[in-house]
Design a protein around this ligand. Structure first.
Ligand code: SF4
Ligand code: SF4
Length: 158
C-alpha cells in the first residue's frame, strides 16, 4: 500500500511524502506542476533549439521559444529557461492523462528529482491520481512517473 500524504501542498515541502519509486505508479504527477528550469542542452535534446543557436546569445532563441509557447521566461544571468506551464500549473509537456509526452527526452532536472535535486531532497508532493479526473484505467503507467522513480525532477527542483 502506498502512503500518499493527504495533507500535502506542492508549495510546502514540509508537507511532502518521503519518496519511493512505488509512489509514482498511482500518483497524479504533482511534481510536474512545479516550475522547471532547463538548460539549453535540454532544449537541444527536445528538438526545440539547434546546436548552432547555442553558440551565440540565447536571448533571441529564448524569445522565439516564448512566442511558441514552450518557454515562460529566460534568465540570461544563469542561461536557464523556465518551461511554460498550463493554466493549472502543469508542465507544457504533461498530457491530460498526467503523463510526460517527452519522457525519453525529458530535461535533466526531471531525471534527478527528487532523489538528487529539489527543495527537499528525498521527498516529493505525491498525490494519488484521481481516476475520475483522468478517465484512465490506472495511472499505473508505464510512461508516467515511474520515470521519476529512479530519476526524477521538478521544481526549481533545485
Ligand atoms: S516523484 Fe512525482 S510522480 Fe513520483 S510520486 Fe513524487 S510527485 Fe508523484
Ligand atoms: S517530466 Fe515531463 S511533464 Fe514532467 S516536468 Fe519534466 S518535462 Fe514536464
Amino acid at each position: 500500500m502506498v502512503d500518499f500524504d493527504v495533507g500535502y501542498s506542492v508549495d510546502q515541502p514540509s508537507t511532502w511524502s518521503r519518496f519511493k519509486e512505488s509512489l509514482c505508479h498511482g500518483c497524479s504527477a504533482n511534481c510536474c506542476t512545479m516550475p522547471v528550469e532547463v538548460k539549453a542542452s535540454d532544449l537541444v535534446r527536445l528538438g526545440l533549439l539547434s546546436e548552432d543557436e547555442t553558440l551565440t546569445s540565447l536571448k533571441k532563441p529564448a524569445q522565439r521559444l516564448i512566442r511558441e509557447g514552450f518557454v515562460k521566461s529566460f534568465r540570461a544571468s544563469t542561461g536557464l529557461f523556465m518551461l511554460e506551464q498550463k493554466s493549472d500549473r502543469s508542465c507544457v509537456f504533461l498530457d491530460s492523462q498526467r503523463r510526460c509526452t517527452v519522457y525519453e527526452k525529458r530535461p535533466e532536472v526531471c531525471r534527478l528529482f527528487p532523489v538528487y535535486v529539489g527543495p527537499k531532497v528525498g521527498y516529493c508532493p505525491a498525490k494519488r491520481l484521481s481516476t475520475q479526473s483522468t478517465n484512465r484505467g490506472a495511472a499505473s503507467g508505464s510512461n508516467r512517473k515511474n520515470n521519476w522513480g529512479s530519476n526524477n525532477s521538478n521544481s526549481p527542483k533545485t
